[in-house]
Write a protein that binds this ligand. Structure first.
Ligand SMILES: [Ca+2]
Ligand SMILES: [Ca+2]
Length: 87
């Protein structure tokens, strides 16, 4: 499961700088909601989620910061299958 989280992180980190910024996070959520047919979370919710995950308040998410969120997503069978077949 850890490997899948790491792969998801790599996929999210499109500029490869080892951190996820708001744009990358948003893009990832768009991808997930499109693939699973679930509604896209609102901008407010995305920003709030980012803030909650951003433990050191530097405005970007590291692998360790975002891991709990990705693990939560992977508990959803549809998300799990989407990620497994797309990363
Ligand atoms: Ca990045
Ligand atoms: Ca951070």
């Amino acid at each position: 499961m850890r490997k899948l989280v790491e792969s998801a992180f790599k996929k999210m980190d499109s500029d490869n700088n080892q951190t996820i910024d708001t744009g990358e996070f948003r893009y990832f959520l768009e991808f997930i909601s499109e693939k699973t047919g679930t509604p896209m979370p609102s901008t407010e919710l995305i920003e709030q989620t980012m803030k909650e995950l951003d433990k050191n308040d530097d405005g970007v998410l590291t692998l360790n910061e975002i891991a709990p969120y990705v693990l939560k997503l992977l508990k959803n069978q549809q998300c799990l299958m989407t990620l497994q077949s797309n990363i």
